[in-house]
Design a protein around this ligand. Sequence first.
Ligand code: TYD
Length: 218
Amino acid sequence: MLITFEGIDGAGKSTQVTMLKKRLQESGREVLTLREPGGTAVAEQIRELLLESKHEITPVGELLLFAASRAELVQKVIRPALDKGSDVILDRFFDSTTAYQGYGRGLNLELLAEVNRIATFGLCPDITFYLDITPEDSLMRKFSEKSLPLAFDSEELDRMESSGLEFYRRVREGYHLIGSGQPDRIVMIDAMKTPAEIHQLIVRSLENTICDSGKNSS
Ligand code: TYD
C-alpha cells in the first residue's frame, strides 16, 4: 500500500508518519517511510537546492526540480519497495506540487497534472491523509517549539517557508479544493486535534481501506 501525508509545513505530518509506521510494523507489515523532496543521493542534492539555496528559482524551474526528485524516488525506491510487498508511507507526494506550485505559485493546473503524471510514472496513493492547519497556527507552532519570535523573514525559515502568509493561504485553499475533488482517496483531518486523536482517525480510515480492498479482490 502507498500511503501519503499532506499539509502545509508544521501540520504535524512527521509525528503521524512515525506513529503509523510503528502501528503497521506491530501488525506484522513491512514498512518503508520516506519524505519528499529527497530519498536518493541525487534527490537529496535537489532537496538542498530547493530548500537551502538562497538563489531565486523560477516557478517552472522549481516545479521541474520537485518533479525530478520525485521521478528518482519513484523509480529507484518506491516502486521496487511496493513490488516487494512493502507498505510505503510518504511524507508529501504529487498533491504537494498541485497545492504549492499550482495554487501557491499560480502555475497552470493542466501543465502540472502532466508533469505529475510523468514524474510518478502514473503511480497514485491508495490513501492520502491531509492534515489541515491555518498558516498562522503552523507558524506559531514552528516558532514556539524553538522559543523564537514569530517572523516570516526569519533566518530559521527555508526557501519555501519564506514565501509569506498569502502564499500559504493559497496553498491551504488549494489543498481544500484538491481534497474535496477526491474524497475517496483523500481523508481531511483537523491538525489541531491531539496527535493521539489524529492517529486514531488515521488507523480507523486505514482499516476501512484495507477492508474495502479485501472486498474488491474477493
Ligand atoms: P520539508 O522540510 O520536508 O517540510 P515539511 O515538514 O513541511 O514537509 O520541506 C518541503 C518543502 O517543499 C515544503 O515547504 C513543501 C515544499 N514542496 C513543494 O513546494 N512542492 C512539492 O512538490 C513538494 C514535494 C514539496
